[in-house]
Write a protein that binds this ligand. Sequence first.
Ligand code: ADP
Ligand code: DP6
Length: 332
Amino acid sequence: MDGTIGGDLTARARAHSNIALAKYWGKRDATLNVPAVGSISITLDALHTDTTVSFDTGLADDELWLDGREQPVGKVAVVLDLVRERAGLDLRARVVSENNFPTGAGLASSASGFAALAVAATAAAGIEATPRESSVLARRGSASAARSIFGGYAELHAGSSPDGSDSFAEPLLEGEAWPLSVVVAITDPGPKTVSSTAGMQATSASSPFYRPWVESAPAGLDRMRAAILAHDLETVGELAEHSCLALHSIMLTTRPALIYWNAATVAGIHAVRALRAGGLPVYFTIDAGPQLKALCRPEDAAAVSAALAAIPGVAETRTSTLGPAARVVSKS
Ligand code: ADP
Ligand code: DP6
């Protein structure tokens, strides 16, 4: 395609956010955005991004409009350049995107955002991409986005190839095969002061526990994968809490320290542990931000939501089931 043929090169895609149960933090190759460790996540139905990409002869530069405001294009241009190269297209693009949840707040907007972008840009350029190719493309924008190409349970491989071609996500288990719920307790919808990308760069440069984190990751992934395939909530929950706390340990020992929690986050951890002591199988995880996510059975979600909503400082709770894969919703 040379971009001079008639027709509107526009496509719109939806992708869902995801939450890692076995976390990623740190890069094997910063330029190609290859993670240093593999990760395993669940895709969330309730949190999504809608992105429209239009390659347009009238544009002198790429544009990004996020939640109604023009933003610097940043890594969006990296993904667009890769699509243009593959399609043989020499047109700039307008990207219009909306997240239905707070951006840059630890709810994985970069995951749903770059997965939606990869799928929409590929479709708009008129090229076919396998889910694996879309996953590699999304990873170039944000590594967690590689997982949001898939629904249900997904695993992102760190890979070992210097060009990053074997660092892609793939489905581990369909959501319908083992439906779980996640209650998200939003304690502060504002954007974080240190982005995930900057935070992990600082951790790898300064935490004395970063190396052990990388070295212990493969064994943790093996255990998490096996527990998910066995539908063993107790083991998945215990491993997820350990991965989360190990992640926050390397954040806390970064110089300067990365402290993403606030008082309500800590209160949420104790509330989840108290519910569990009372017999409810519920487990917490927290990413690079102060929001707490509680993993539980769908039939327990209302009780978990009520307990978290009662914590001073919890502004809102959102309950999600497991979500579907990223997909094109319209094309012209
Ligand atoms: P989060 O916890 O929300 O993923 P990050 O710091 O990892 O926070 O990433 C936030 C960044 O991701 C934003 O500053 C923006 O650059 C990018 N981003 C978020 N949403 C979108 C989107 N819908 N489309 C493109 N980029 C996005
Ligand atoms: C704590 O994928 O947002 O949520 O690749 O630099 O864009 P970049 O980072 P990003 O980091 C996610 C970190 C995490 C854990 C996880 O999702 O695995």
